[in-house]
Write a protein that binds this ligand. Structure first.
Ligand code: 5BU
Length: 268
């Protein structure tokens, strides 16, 4: 299946360099699943990546969640992810002013050297995107920023009137912006976000699980197919996969659902 066909207008219109790479990977592997690999040991992560690697398009990390983290071990883990053709996405939720965000791309974890995509809040203003892109530029790499336009957790303040619109206006014309985070747990909110965003940027959505409803500590879950039909381009799934008895089978099930929904949306 041609990527241009399944992604429709977004294939031509999206302007961040990392987007087509994601779209290609998703088509090659027939999956829109982004694994939220929220495990706390390097060994657990390595095993998980190997069991789900063929069924996911991107690996989402929280590098500061790992108890036995070492720079060397992390480098090996990233190589393992790359051998599975995965986009590496650090969900760091940067939020500081531009120059500090640029510096935080370096530091102990040196995120700029291994992540292809990172998340950021736009609360400090639009220059955070340029700061993060300058971080990649410092090591001769390209990347993309996902701005948080919505969140999946209950009571989050991004739902206050005007915030989502302001975030989209601030990010839509910046080529450093890969896309926006939308709320996978509420298809109607997501459809509103898609209407604001148009085809210029991707939307990735956490808060997705085959078991819909309230999760732990304020997390909320919506249905994966509904999220994609409402305009999501990537479903972020964590516990729905890694807590399952067979993560490989669970990842494959989410992959099949996501791919089928994309084909339905694009009408091919
Ligand atoms: P879960 O196990 O599928 O609930 O994991 C969800 C992941 O997505 C977890 O890593 C969160 O940090 C991440 N997340 C989220 O749940 N909701 C949000 O609004 C954002 C990120 Br942004």
């Amino acid at each position: 299946m041609e990527a241009a066909e399944v992604w429709g207008a977004r294939w031509d219109t999206c302007d961040n360099p990392m987007v087509r790479r994601y779209m290609d990977v998703a088509c090659r592997k027939q999956t829109l699943v982004i694994l939220a690999a929220d495990l706390r040991t390097m060994e657990g992560l390595a095993n998980l990546i190997d069991s789900v690697g063929p069924h996911i398009a991107a690996l989402k990390t929280h590098v500061d969640l790992v108890d036995d983290w070492t720079a060397e071990g992390w480098g090996a883990l990233c190589e393992q992810a790359e051998s599975h053709d995965l986009i590496i996405f650090e969900d760091r939720k940067f939020a500081d002013i531009g120059p500090i965000s640029r510096g935080q791309m370096a530091g102990v974890y040196d995120i700029r050297s291994w992540a292809n995509v990172v998340t950021a809040h736009g609360i400090s203003g639009p220059d955070i995107v340029d700061g993060l892109c300058a971080g990649w530029d410092d090591v001769g790499r390209d990347g993309g920023v996902l701005l948080l336009a919505q969140m999946s957790s209950r009571g989050n303040l991004l739902g206050l009137q005007g915030y989502t619109d302001a975030m989209v206006s601030a990010g839509i014309s910046n080529t450093g912006v890969f896309g926006f985070i939308g709320n996978g747990s509420r298809a109607t909110e997501l459809a509103q976000l898609r209407a604001l965003v148009g085809d210029k940027k991707l939307i990735w959505t956490p808060g997705v699980n085959l078991v819909v409803g309230d999760g732990e500590m304020g997390q909320r879950y919506g249905d994966p197919a509904q999220a994609i039909l409402a305009g999501s381009d990537g479903i972020i799934v964590g516990s729905g996969i890694y807590k399952s008895e067979s993560p490989g089978d669970a990842a494959k099930a989410y992959a099949d659902i996501s791919w089928k929904a994309l084909l339905e949306r694009s009408g091919v």
